[in-house]
Design a protein around this ligand. Structure first.
Ligand code: GYE
Length: 326
C-alpha cells in the first residue's frame, strides 16, 4: 500500500522558501564589506527522543549551510533552563530568537522582555499559550491534534472499534501531549466500545515508557489492555521491551500505535512489534530558517506554518525504511 495520507494544510507552505529567498538574499552585504552574519539564539527542548535528535541535527546543519551564527542551547527538558537561555540571548543582542517550548505556559514574561528589546521570536515545533499573540512572530510545527485523531482512527481500524487502551502520554503540559490526547479522545468519542483504561506520562523517553508500561502490566486490570497508544515512538519502543520481558507479544497480544515515524519505529514494524506510526516530521531546519531570515529582514511572515506528514502501517515498513531520513 502506498503512503496513504499526505496533508498540505497550509497555503503558507507553497512557495514560501522561494518568496523569502528573494526577499532576503544579499540584504546583509554592505558595499564591499563582508556581509554581517545573522545571529540566531535557539533554545531546544532537550535530547529526549529520536525525533528530537533529528530535529536538532536539521536545525544545526541548516544554520551551518546558510552561514548563520547559531547560538544553540539545550534545556534538558526544563522550562527554567529555557527561560535562562532566552534571557541570555536577549543580553547578547541576537538578531532573532527561536525556541521549541518544553511546555505551553509560563513564557509570557520572558517573551515580553524579548519584545521590549526589539528581538523577534519564532516558535519551532511546539506552541505557547500567551494572552498576546504579538509576543511571537510565527509558529512552525505540526498539527498535533490531527496526529491524535489519526492515531485513534488507526486504533479503530486495528480493533474493529473495540479497544481498551493504555495511553503513554508525552511530557505533562507540553503542546504535543495536550493536543495529541485531545485529537485522540475526539475520535474515540465516536466509538462506544473504545476507551482509555490507563493513562500516564512517560515524558517522551524510552526509559520512562518502559517503566510506565511495566506498571500498567502490573495493574489489576492489565489483562484487559488490547491497545497501547504512545504519544511518541520512543515511549512505544520502551513499552515493547516491557511487554517482551513480561511474556506479552507486542503488535499481536497488544496492538501498538504511536507517533513520530522515526527509524526505530519502522524497524519495529518490520519485525511485527509495532502496528502503526503516525508521522511527525522533525526536519524543520530549512523551513525554520526561511522564516527566521524573513523575520530578520523585516518581512511579513505567516503566523502559522504547518508541516507535511503521513501515516504508515506495518505492511509499508520494509519498503519505506531505506527512504527514511530520520
Ligand atoms: O513527538 C517527541 C519529542 O514536540 C513533536 O517531542 C515533538 C515531540 C515528539 O520528544 O518524540
Amino acid at each position: 500500500m502506498n503512503k496513504r495520507t499526505i496533508f498540505c494544510r497550509s497555503i503558507c507552505l507553497v512557495g514560501l522558501s522561494g518568496l523569502i529567498a528573494v526577499a532576503v538574499s544579499g540584504s546583509f552585504a554592505e558595499d564591499n564589506k563582508p556581509s554581517k552574519k545573522l545571529v540566531v539564539g535557539f533554545s531546544q527542548v532537550g535530547a529526549e527522543s529520536g525525533w528530537r535528535t533529528a530535529n536538532t541535527e536539521s536545525i544545526k546543519s541548516e544554520a551551518a549551510k546558510r552561514g548563520i551564527d547559531l547560538r544553540f542551547s539545550d534545556a534538558q527538558q526544563k522550562e527554567e533552563n529555557q527561560i535562562k537561555a532566552i534571557r541570555s540571548f536577549i543580553a547578547e543582542g541576537v538578531d532573532v530568537i527561536a525556541f521549541s517550548p518544553v511546555v505551553e505556559t509560563g513564557f509570557e514574561p520572558v517573551l515580553r522582555e524579548a519584545k521590549k528589546a526589539g528581538i523577534p521570536v519564532v516558535l519551532s515545533d511546539r506552541a505557547v499559550k500567551v494572552s498576546d499573540d504579538s509576543l511571537y512572530k510565527c509558529f512552525l510545527g505540526s498539527d498535533f491534534i490531527e496526529e491524535g485523531r489519526r492515531a485513534a482512527n488507526e486504533v479503530a481500524k486495528l480493533t474493529g472499534g473495540k479497544a481498551n487502551v493504555a495511553e503513554l502520554v508525552g511530557t505533562v503540559g507540553s503542546a504535543p501531549a495536550i493536543d495529541r490526547k485531545k485529537g485522540f479522545e475526539e475520535v474515540m468519542a465516536k466509538y462506544p466500545d473504545m476507551k482509555i483504561i490507563m493513562s500516564q506520562s512517560g515524558d517522551f523517553t524510552r526509559a520512562k515508557g518502559k517503566e510506565v508500561m511495566e506498571a500498567f502490566l502490573k495493574a489489576p486490570n492489565a489483562k484487559d489492555i488490547n491497545v497501547l497508544f504512545a504519544h511518541n515512538d520512543d515511549m512505544a519502543l520502551g513499552a515493547i521491551q516491557a511487554m517482551e520481558e513480561a511474556g506479552i507479544k507486542p503488535g499481536t497480544d497488544i496492538k501498538i500505535v504511536s507517533i513520530d515515524g522515526v527509524r526505530g519505529a519502522f524497524e519495529a514494524m518490520k519485525e511485527g512489534k509495532l502496528n502503526v506510526t503516525v508521522e511527525c516530521n522533525p526536519l524543520l531546519g530549512p523551513q525554520l530558517f526561511d522564516l527566521i531570515e524573513a523575520v530578520a529582514a523585516g518581512k511579513e511572515v505567516p503566523k502559522r506554518v504547518v508541516t507535511q506528514e503521513g501515516v504508515y502501517e506495518q505492511s509499508q515498513a520494509a519498503a519505506e525504511l531505506p527512504k527514511r531520513q530520520y
